[in-house]
Ligand binder design. Structure first.
Ligand code: GUN
Length: 294
């Protein structure tokens, strides 16, 4: 058996197209335009690429994009002052402060300074708490994108067992909560879990979010299971390569031979993250301005 490939790029394209249609209808009907502010501190090359791509896609769906670039030695107080200004700015519906921040800045303090109703990353403790107790709120983009991909295979998760490998605050924990909300039976596995291969073999859905290249092997997977690979790792270059290959947390070829459906890397969860950021921005806009659902 060879697993179906879950085409995250195509699913993200469809999601962005639906958002663009709704944004255009809002502009026509209400004369309003949702706005997303992205704050980048310093000039980490990976963050630069990510922020540039966010800005392009924000404009492409018809939203306003505000970019704030601050030097790496900006003080925490200056960054908090910018966040306070963005909280008050009526043109800004969503605020994202790109992580990681330089070591002299307390990331938690910055995240907690963002108005939870503009926290399109879903990282604020208020939004994490809302997710935990099942209240509407803004949900972190990578877990949300992963859930949307799972639901293309399993529109109804009731009764299915899911193992999430990784317990980070930004992926593993919120994704486990989302799967639980959709009635899956959820196990969170991590570096201290005993006999991880057997734990995974019991699952209908395996999500890998550990940051270890090709960690999940073919013989860990129940035949026909759905496998979502959140990892993105660059291997060291082999002889003759200038850059190493990009791989996920799943040994793709081995797992594909056993699974029923699998996300590729790249082209799986990755493209869903920014699409979900735009979805969250539209959600925040509608909630703040009381704009009716279409
Ligand atoms: N850095 C890498 N991914 C993310 C993300 O989803 N949000 C923020 N704020 N920073 C990131």
């Amino acid at each position: 058996m060879s697993a179906a490939i879950i085409d995250g790029k195509a699913i993200a394209d469809d999601l962005r197209a639906a958002i663009a249609t709704e944004v255009a209808a809002i502009a026509t009907r209400d004369g309003l335009q949702p706005g997303l502010a992205v704050v980048l501190v310093g000039s980490d090359p990976a963050s630069e690429v990510y922020v540039g791509s966010k800005a392009r896609q924000t404009v492409a769906v018809g939203m306003r994009s505000f970019e704030h670039r601050l030097p790496a030695d900006v003080s925490e107080a200056e960054l908090l002052a910018l966040v306070a200004t963005l909280n008050e700015d009526d043109a800004v519906d969503g605020i994202l402060v790109q992580l990681p921040l330089p070591a002299h800045i307390d990331s938690n303090r910055v995240i907690e300074a963002i108005n939870p109703d503009k926290d399109v990353d879903g990282f604020h403790p208020v939004n994490a708490g809302r997710l935990l107790i099942g209240l509407p709120g803004l949900v972190a983009c990578t877990p949300l994108g992963s859930l949307l991909l799972v639901r293309t295979v399993h529109p109804d998760l009731s009764g299915l067992s899911a193992v999430v490998i990784g317990r980070s605050n930004i992926v593993g924990k919120p994704l486990a909560q989302l799967l639980l909300q959709y009635n899956a039976t959820v196990t969170i596995a991590h570096s201290r879990t005993h006999d991880l291969p057997s734990v995974c073999r019991s699952a209908d859905i395996v999500v890998a979010a550990v940051g270890r290249p090709e960690f999940v092997r073919g013989d860990w997977i129940k035949p026909g299971a759905t496998v979502i690979d959140v990892g993105i790792n660059r291997l060291p270059p082999k002889a003759g390569e200038t850059k190493g290959r990009l791989v996920g947390d799943v040994a793709f070829e081995e797992v594909r031979a056993v699974a029923g459906a699998i996300t590729p890397v790249p082209g799986g969860v990755g493209p869903m993250t920014i699409a979900c950021l735009l979805r969250n921005t539209l959600q925040a806009f509608k909630a703040r301005r009381g704009v009716a659902k279409f």
